[in-house]
Design a protein around this ligand. Sequence first.
Ligand SMILES: *Cc1c(COP(=O)(O)O)cnc(C)c1O
Length: 446
Amino acid sequence: MDKQAKQALDKGLERLQHWKLSFGAWEQDSTLSVSDEKAEEVFSRLSQKLKCNYPFHHPVYAGQMLKPPHPVAWAAYAMAMSINPNNHALDGGPPSSEMEKEVVAELANFFGYGETFLGHLTASGTIANLEALWIARESHPGKKIAFSSNSHYTHERMCGVLAVDSVKIPILEDRNFDLSSVDPEKIGTIVVTLGTTGLGEVEHLEQVIPWAKKHGIRIHIDAAYGGFFRTLKDSDLIDGTQWKLMQEANSIVIDPHKHGLQPYGCGSVLFKDPEVGRFYKHDSPYTYFTSDDLHLGEISLECSRAGAAAVALWATLQCFPLKEKEGFGPVMAQCRKAALKGYSLMEDSRKLVPYKKPELDIVGYFPSDCKTTSQISDLSKKVFDAGMKDQSFYLSLFKVPSSEFIRLHPEYKADSEMVTILRSVFMKPEQAAFVEELVNRIESHL
Ligand SMILES: *Cc1c(COP(=O)(O)O)cnc(C)c1O
């Protein structure tokens, strides 16, 4: 695939070269020249440096949410970057701005928003969530923003940045929000995470919708990680209940640079009601924001943004539509299958215990040959280090409160406040075939 992308890129750059030269001959200024020897020397050193990365591209890397973008995405990105359009304004990059509107409409349609939404790409999920929480503050001034204790730490931090009061809602044993713990009159917006960053848990949107409607509370969905799993909502691979309700939310964040096969620099925020555009530009009537001449910079907190990011996502969605049976669906299905297979192998394992059944493609687990939470933490760290040392596997560590741990695994004794367990994010479809070997390798280190 790398080869295919390299050829596509070479051809694409050649085609662009004809266009670039069509404006008349010119030469690069001599101050910008780099000798062949220098380029060779720098790039040789660079490849040495880059080899110090963990092997994010390989199925042995089953640690954090990291993987390279699809070759289609990097080839399209590199091609557009040779022109370097800026999607801040239409004249900064007319084609890439159009492509951004197209992909954002595809995302909005994917989530079940109608024709009249507002949205754009962002540098990241953090910025996308910041923007959604800013709109939350502006539309419900003086009210708090609520989120669960499992939500990404960015929500608490951004409430600080925005100087909005926030409240954490505990998650109960039945996985519902403990809504009785808060005064709904004081809350303006609740954040529901579909696919938590820790263990890919899917929060109960179903429970929140009637409560929020009753009290006039806005709903923001943070699907930065999980969003692409909506392609599987009608399959029997996941419980589609929460995913089918996404169109009920006022705003949604999804990160194409997480599960969307994109390079970093591609998040997105979507609003159901385009009228929130008024918070971006006070002297503009809201109809402006649904017109064909929308300048993306008028509805974005960020100014300069890489047009290449929109181009890469556009090209990717041409090859991978947001469908269950083709494009993204089969990719997400493989990741899900990897997690389910890993889970069942660990259930049968004498040396590993799954922490809980994964809802998406992230599995938490720990070594069984322990009696106390501190022994589990020590052994987990040891295995984590050992795999990295001999390069046979790469995992991540995850801390959970021991009280929660003991509730699920009462046969262990809590002798520490927190317990560190192992965690694997199976976000590469190749891991469906590799997970058995991975579990074997982990077991052989125990
Ligand atoms: C990753 C993530 C974020 C933060 O997004 P970045 O793109 O890393 O800035 C926010 N929320 C959730 C649920 C995430 O998984």
